[in-house]
Design a protein around this ligand. Structure first.
Ligand SMILES: C[S@@+](CC[C@H](N)C(=O)[O-])C[C@H]1O[C@@H](n2cnc3c(N)ncnc32)[C@H](O)[C@@H]1O
Length: 243
C-alpha cells in the first residue's frame, strides 16, 4: 500500500504545549461532574480489578452524549457493554422515546450495568442482548433492519472489528454515525511505513489486533460510503458518518 505524505499544516506545536497540568485541568474542569459514573467506576475496579480499565472513558462518554443530542438520535446499538459506562451516556442522550440495543457476552459484567441503568431510570430504554455480536447483527439484517440505526458504538473484541464495521455500515442509516473505540490500540497501530518527517516511528506492533485495526483505519480513509475522523482522545475514536 502506498501512503501519501501529509502535506497540510499541523498542530504538533499546540499538542506539545499541553502540559501535565493542562491535562489534569481538562480532566477536572473539562468534564461534567457525574456521581453515578464515580460509583460505577469504583465498583468496576472492586469487582473486576484491572479489567476495569475497559470502562469507556469519561471524555468519550461526554462526547457521545453531546453528539447524540445534536443528532437527535433515537435508535442506537452498542457492541461491548461491560459495566455500563457508555450505555448510560447513550441512553441518557436518546431520551425516553429512544431505544438502545446493548450487546455483550458476559453476564457478570452486565449485571453491574443493569444495576446502574435501574438506578438512573434508564432500564426501559435499553435492551440487553447476551449473545456474540456478529451472530446477532447478522440476525438483525435478516429481520430487515438495514438502514435502521442512528448511532452504533463498537467497543468489544478487536479481532471482530472489521466484521462489526461491515455489518453496521448496513444497519446504520445514511446520516447515521458509527463510533469505533481503541483505534490507536495503545499506540500500536501507527504503521512503520508511514513516514514522519522522513523518519519512522518506533512502533511496529504486529499483533493480530494492531494489524486489523490498522487495516480498518486505512481502508476507511478512502471508503466512499463514509466521512470520518480519528479523534485523538482516550485510545483513539474513529468517528464515522455514513453518507
Ligand atoms: C472494552 S469492554 C466494553 C466497555 C464498555 N463500552 C463500557 O462503557 O465500559 C468490551 C466488552 O466486550 C464484550 N465482548 C467481548 N467479545 C464479545 C462478543 N463477541 N460479542 C459481544 N460482546 C463481546 C466483553 O464481555 C466486554 O464487556
Amino acid at each position: 500500500m502506498d501512503f501519501k505524505p501529509f502535506v497540510g499544516l499541523d498542530n504538533e506545536k499546540f499538542e506539545q504545549n499541553y502540559s501535565r497540568q493542562t491535562w489534569e485541568y481538562l480532566k477536572q474542569i473539562g468534564l461534567r461532574q457525574d456521581p453515578t459514573r464515580d460509583a460505577l467506576e469504583q465498583e468496576s475496579r472492586e469487582l473486576f480489578g484491572s479489567k476495569a480499565n475497559m470502562v469507556t472513558q469519561r471524555q468519550e462518554c461526554q462526547l457521545f452524549e453531546l453528539i447524540l443530542r445534536f443528532a437527535g438520535a433515537k435508535n442506537c446499538i452498542e457492541i461491548g457493554v461491560f459495566t455500563g459506562s457508555s450505555s448510560i451516556s447513550i441512553a441518557r442522550a436518546i431520551g425516553p422515546q429512544g431505544r438502545l440495543i446493548a450487546i455483550d457476552v458476559n453476564e457478570a459484567f452486565t449485571n453491574v450495568a443493569k444495576k446502574y441503568w435501574k438506578q438512573e431510570g434508564l432500564e426501559d430504554r435499553i435492551e440487553l442482548v447476551l449473545r456474540p455480536a456478529v451472530e446477532y447483527l447478522e440476525e438483525l439484517l435478516s429481520q430487515g433492519k438495514e438502514n435502521f440505526f442512528d448511532f452504533a458504538y463498537i467497543d468489544a473484541d478487536k479481532i471482530n472489528y472489521q466484521r462489526y464495521y461491515d455489518l453496521l455500515i448496513r444497519l446504520v442509516r445514511p446520516g447515521g454515525i458509527i463510533a469505533i473505540d481503541n483505534v490507536l490500540w495503545y499506540g500500536s497501530v501507527p504503521d512503520v511505513n508511514v513516514l514522519w518527517y522522513g523518519s519512522v516511528p518506533d512502533v511496529n506492533d504486529s499483533s493480530p489486533e494492531a494489524l486489523l485495526i490498522r487495516a480498518l483505519n486505512l481502508a476507511m480513509q478512502s471508503d466512499p460510503r463514509v466521512n470520518n475522523f480519528i479523534l485523538p482522545i482516550a485510545d483513539g475514536i474513529n468517528l464515522v458518518y455514513k453518507n
